[in-house]
Design a protein around this ligand. Structure first.
Ligand SMILES: [Fe+2]
Length: 282
């Protein structure tokens, strides 16, 4: 195992009572104790954000999130749980997302730069490359949450490579790597690990339930054992620290393989053709 001074969990729902994650302060404290027991030193809290619909949105909801985050922060300090908390969001992709991104803590650590965006699991939105491009040219640095969980997204490699070239960061879930989120996510997460298309790691913990709990230690051990090509120090310490501080993170695209190796079906052959054709445009 590589020498790690810090271990950041970059994705979880440990702020209580604000989404489908932790249901109480007590649960949140237990979850964070569990994380600390696994060696996690820093937790970036990322409550869900959906398309704002209520007239008062997001002020009241954001106030609740910030208030509960601060209570949680104080509670773990009082109990001497050695974890440092930061606050951000996991924003569900929607059309007019850009106008909400400067709201308090929609960005990671409220730095108005890095924004973590998720797609619906049923499949990627049609125009995601255009929307991400628009965000990038407007000064944002998008992070794509758990791409390995999105149905069909990995087959859209031409566009995924475009995202990487734009500097979009990919956050992978430990639960996917360990097979806790289904076979498909496990298989696809291996592709991201093989390609080194992983810039941040998160538990996506929602509760104390084994399947959705902090599973960082086992995830790190798994990567360390089977994917020595992955730089754990980078994904667990250097990159998250830079993101929180709003600093640049280099996305390495030197290893991008334009050939899709598997030839199990005709679609892959077609993708190879498109890769070759688009190589100059990318
Ligand atoms: Fe999440």
């Amino acid at each position: 195992m590589q020498n790690l001074e810090k271990i950041y969990d970059f994705h979880n729902h440990v702020v209580y009572g604000v989404d489908d994650g932790s249901d109480s302060l007590e649960t949140s404290i237990k979850m964070l104790q569990q994380a600390a027991d696994q060696g996690v030193t820093n937790v970036v809290c990322t409550p869900h954000q959906f398309e704002p619909i209520a007239p008062t949105y997001p002020s009241k909801r954001q106030e609740n999130i910030v208030e509960r985050f601060n209570i949680l922060k104080k509670s773990i300090k009082d109990r001497k749980i050695p974890i440092e908390l930061s606050l951000g969001s996991e924003i569900m992709f929607f059309g007019n997302m850009k106008k909400y991104l400067s709201l308090p803590y929609f960005s990671i650590n409220d730095n108005k730069k890095y924004v973590m965006i998720e797609f619906r699991l049923i499949g990627p939105p049609i125009n995601y490359v255009d929307v991400f491009y628009d965000l990038v040219v407007n000064g944002y640095k998008p992070i794509l949450a758990h791409p390995e969980r999105i149905n069909g997204l990995y087959n859209d490699r031409t566009n995924l490579i475009k995202l990487l070239k734009m500097g979009v960061l990919f956050q992978i879930n430990t639960g996917s790597i360990l097979g806790l989120l289904g076979t498909r996510a496990k298989i696809i997460s291996k592709k991201y690990l093989e390609n080194n298309w992983i810039h941040l790691l998160g538990s996506d913990a929602h509760s104390l339930n084994f399947r959705r709990s902090f599973s960082m230690q086992k995830g790190i051990e798994y990567i360390s054992k089977y994917y020595p090509n992955v730089n754990l120090k980078e994904i667990l310490e250097t990159n998250p620290k830079a993101v929180i501080n709003g600093e640049h993170v280099e996305v390495d695209i030197s290893n991008i393989n334009f050939e899709v190796k598997s030839t199990t079906n005709g679609i892959n052959k077609l993708i190879n053709k498109i890769f070759k054709k688009n190589k100059k445009l990318l």
